[in-house]
Design a protein around this ligand. Structure first.
Ligand code: HEM
Length: 432
């Protein structure tokens, strides 16, 4: 498929360090894919020394990322930032918080701490529990499909459908009322799209670490003020939602502290929608360029889980997570030293020729599809079953009502080196 992501690789002068650190490059992923493809072939465990970042190992092979994630005692999350952050910003965070992290949540915990905090909500996100939410999710899906059909054959699938649907679902699960969703979306985008001028609260402030940190802190402050109130409400009046679980959570008999509770809310609220929005839009982009696959899906809805898995692989909304080695380790013949930082490039793993035939093609019947977009090991995405379920339900509702779909212009990608997917997806469609 040609969908802007390397189907037709273009010649690139990009250096690996610029390719994976410059948010602007993620708006034209074909160049990054060219670099990553070369690295997988020639130097899959590659040392990069970007100008404004601490150096790190760039891990591009599927098998190597699995090895790192399986060895969670050696490659840890807590010691340094788990996402790529510029050196001056890390210094500013360290000085202000006395920690490498802006928040304290499961993504930056290890070992027994991580297990204890993860177990607080894990049952909520398992398929058995999600089953009972299917009917509510289907109502939200139907509402969004109606909304699309009301557009009369033309819409921006991201703006009109894909952005809002996962937001509505995750807020429902968390317990945030519909009226407050707009604010949640804006705050999330200000956190993850801070360098994208169209999403940032103050893109101008991003060039200086201390002003940038002030912006991030203000965004988090807004989140925390909101979640403090929610905690109060759910302590007084418990309900069947994730907010009630977090508000009343205890570890070793003691309520969890405010910072940890607020970090948990922010993690669930933010991790749960931009990611799924990206893969939902990726699915429709794929189908807009492959009418034969759309026809097969319409004829046989049992193919929908394959569409979901392939869209998640093809889009890979989370581009990387970082790990820090706490002891020396040999990986593919390279000597990783204690203290070294590693970037796990899920974006690259999901195009690994060793695992995937024709990795740049969008194939709804790809088998096996061992996509790594949710990570692996103890930190594997807590929301993976929810993400799959909500995408499946949306396409079960959408496909019977969709006859044709085609691109009505070139889609754009979000400028972010962490979470990126289609930012716009203009389409023409006919209703069935
Ligand atoms: C962790 C991707 C949807 C909540 C992660 C990780 C990735 C990821 C790559 C890190 C895994 C690792 O370190 O091995 C995605 C993608 C999604 C998605 C691609 C959608 C297509 C969701 C949803 C939720 C969620 C819907 C919740 C509502 C979390 C949480 C973690 C996490 C809480 C941290 C888990 C831990 O550190 O123990 N996700 N995610 N994600 N995700 Fe997702």
């Amino acid at each position: 498929m040609s969908a802007g992501d390397g189907g037709n690789l273009v010649a690139s002068e990009l250096e690996p360090s610029a390719a994976v650190t410059d948010p602007r490059e993620f708006a034209r992923p074909e160049n990054i894919h060219k670099v990553l493809t070369n690295l997988r072939a020639k130097d899959p465990v590659h040392w990069v020394e970007p100008e404004s970042f601490d150096p790190f190992w760039l891990i591009t092979k599927h098998a190597d990322i699995l090895e790192v994630e399986k060895n969670a005692d050696v490659f840890r999350n807590g010691d340094r930032s788990t996402v790529l952050v510029a050196r001056d910003m890390l210094d500013a965070i360290g000085a202000k918080f006395n920690s490498p992290h802006l928040t304290h949540s499961v993504v930056n915990m290890d070992g027994s701490d991580h297990r204890a905090y993860r177990m607080l909500t894990q049952a909520w996100f398992m398929p058995g529990n999600l089953k009972k939410l299917s009917d509510r999710i289907r109502v939200i899906a139907r509402d969004h499909v109606d909304r699309m059909m009301d557009r009369g054959g033309m819409c921006d699938f991201v703006e009109d459908i894909a952005l809002n649907y996962p937001l509505r679902v995750v807020m429902e699960i968390l317990g945030v009322p519909e009226n407050d969703e707009g604010m949640m979306l804006a705050l999330t985008q200000q956190l993850f799209g801070a360098r994208d001028p169209e999403k940032s609260r103050d893109a101008g402030a991003m060039s200086d670490p201390s002003t940038a940190l002030n912006v991030f802190n203000a965004v988090l402050g807004d989140f925390y003020a909101y979640f403090d109130q929610l905690t109060e409400m759910r302590r007084k009046d418990p309900r069947d939602d994730v907010a009630t679980v977090i508000a009343n959570a205890k570890i070793a008999g003691k309520p969890i502290a405010k910072r940890e509770a607020n970090s948990y809310y922010v993690l669930v609220a933010t991790a749960g929608h931009d990611t799924t929005s990206a893969s939902t839009a990726g699915a429709l982009w794929g189908l807009a360029e492959a009418p034969d696959q759309l026809a097969r899906l319409k004829a046989d809805p049992s193919l929908i889980p394959g569409l979901v898995e392939e869209a998640i692989r093809w889009t890979t909304p989370v581009k990387h997570f970082m790990r820090t080695a706490v002891q020396d380790y040999e990986l593919r013949g390279k000597k990783i030293r204690a203290g070294d930082w590693l970037m796990l490039s899920y974006m690259s793993a999901n195009r690994d020729e060793e695992l995937f035939d024709a990795p740049f093609e969008f194939q709804i019947d790809r088998k096996p599809n061992k996509q790594l977009a949710f990570g692996f090991g103890p930190h594997v995405c807590l929301g993976q079953h929810l993400a799959r379920l909500e995408m499946k339900i949306l396409f079960e509702e959408l496909l019977p009502r969709l006859e044709t779909v085609e691109l009505a212009g070139q889609p754009k990608w979000t400028q972010s080196a962490f979470i990126s997917g289609p930012k716009t997806l203009p389409i023409n469609f006919t209703a069935a």
